[in-house]
Write a protein that binds this ligand. Structure first.
Ligand code: PLP
Length: 456
């Protein structure tokens, strides 16, 4: 490996910061890319080099950088009331107003909103609510949660258990024993030869039915799903998937949790991915784009029947014993409200719908690239999957890390994208323009060409 000596800042970084999702063994040689500022869809490193932020950070910086209104919303709230909590019968206007707004736009019949600070906390809360509510409803056996292979739901003990990726389980002694994983709905990756998307969906629904029967329906409480799987490699479900899955869940009285942490707030052109994909969730997890990632904020949206069960428990035992110091943090709530206000005022949903065909046309064009087995996406999110052999879909030796190499070349070309296994994911800010999309894909094309040359 040829590496350049680390700068002083890079050396201080690797000496002190424990980096999430990084190779801790190689980082001391390669050093981190140290960013300093951002403007719109662009970010700049400490040497002044510019990059198109092709991942909107971590699928979250929906409105791009440099939004003074969001800065001002935070500053104003900090001046007025920088902290107040929601425990023990206290509240504040930003949390109330944001809960009202989330109820209004929610993809299900919403009763209340529980606030937290991240997607992991939201899904952790989901799991606790499933257990707590089933105890409250007098069915203590009904506790298992089914997620899916390649799902990403976070990294706390509960949410990492729901995540269906080996690196989040191996040597962390996870998943928890009450979590199961159903098949991954990736047609290109897992359908039988000649199996249509509809048939694949029907087969997965039949497999889920059999899985629930084998577990015992009286023990299975919930099924959790992202509308489009994000951090598992941007996997768009096959045609008819949720239409086939949902009757199975209904048959066994298994609730559906929609993890809208990536898809929520416009990524697929509507407020929520659930409505785009025909999901009818019982509860919803949100985070990321809710504040355009200017400050951390997550939430769980619940329906009446869960609210009623929680209230009945309080009547019995005196308290709902769950909540974080920063549940409904006023600064985060104020920024969340302002984010949604900007999204409405600037017609961001319509803008995403208008620009999506161009974005998807540019991704689809990579299907012809010699290195690419599948080019896929929906709305303003997509991925290209590299393969050693297009016809047989044979994968590269994982130790070659070809997608990671393509991402490194992209970085040299001035583009930030993300390698997930063999996939290169693209998820730009929702405000990206047509010419910026073109520039993004020109740079990605050059990176893939260089990766192709590097493999031979
Ligand atoms: N759920 C989904 C769908 C996600 O993509 C993520 C993060 O990428 C999470 C949950 C976890 O969110 P966080 O990293 O904020 O804990």
């Amino acid at each position: 490996m040829v590496t350049t000596p680390l700068t002083n800042l890079q050396a201080r970084d690797v000496a002190t910061v424990l980096h999430p999702y990084s190779n801790l063994a190689t980082l001391p040689q390669t050093g981190s890319l140290i960013l300093e500022r951002g403007d719109g869809v662009m970010v700049y490193d400490v040497d002044g080099k510019s990059y198109i932020e092709g991942m909107a950070g971590l699928w979250c910086n929906a409105l791009g950088h440099g939004r003074e209104e969001l800065v001002e919303a935070a500053a104003e709230q900090m001046r007025k009331l920088p902290f107040a909590h929601l425990f023990t019968g206290k509240s504040h206007d930003p949390a109330i107003a944001l809960a009202e707004k989330l109820k209004e736009i929610s993809p299900m019949n919403a009763a209340k909103v529980f606030f937290c600070s991240s997607g992991s906390e939201a899904n952790d809360t989901q799991m606790k609510l499933v257990w707590y509510v089933n105890n409250a409803l007098g069915r203590p056996q009904k506790k298992k949660i089914i997620s899916r292979i390649k799902a990403y739901h976070g990294v706390t003990i509960a949410s990492a258990s729901l995540t269906g990726l080996p690196n989040n389980h191996l040597d962390f002694d996870l998943p928890l024993s009450s979590v199961r994983h159903a098949a991954c709905p990736h047609h290109w990756g897992f359908a039988h030869d000649g199996e249509s998307e509809q048939d694949f969906s029907k087969r997965l629904a039949a497999e889920l039915d059999a899985q629930i029967e084998a577990e015992g329906p009286e023990t299975v409480a919930a099924f959790i799903a992202e509308p489009v799987m994000g951090a598992g490699g941007v996997i768009v479900p096959p045609e008819g998937y949720f239409a086939a899955i949902q009757p199975v869940l209904e048959k066994h009285d298994v609730m559906l949790i929609a993890d809208e942490v990536i898809c929520g707030f416009g990524r697929l052109g509507e407020w929520f991915g659930s409505t785009v994909l025909g999901m009818k969730p019982d509860t919803v997890s949100v985070a990321k784009a809710l504040t355009s990632a200017y400050v951390p904020l997550g939430a769980v949206i619940i329906p009446d029947w869960i609210d009623e069960a929680l209230t009945a428990q309080s009547a019995k035992i005196g308290v709902f014993g769950h909540g974080f110091t920063y549940s409904g943090h006023p600064v985060a709530a104020a920024v969340g409200l302002k984010t949604l206000e900007i999204m409405e005022r600037e017609n961001i949903l319509a803008q995403v719908q208008a620009i999506t065909p161009h974005f998807q046309k540019r991704i689809s064009a990579f299907a012809d690239h010699p290195l690419v087995g599948e080019a896929r996406g929906l709305g303003l999110v997509g991925a290209v999957e590299v393969v050693a052999d297009k016809a047989s879909k044979r994968a590269f030796d994982p130790r070659k890390a070809v997608a990671a190499k393509a991402v490194a070349f992209a970085q040299e070309e001035g583009l930030i994208v993300r390698a997930i296994g063999d996939a290169v994911a693209i998820c730009p800010p929702l405000v990206i323009s047509e010419s910026e999309i073109d520039e993004l894909f020109e740079r990605l094309g050059r990176a893939l060409d260089r990766a192709q040359d590097w493999t031979v």
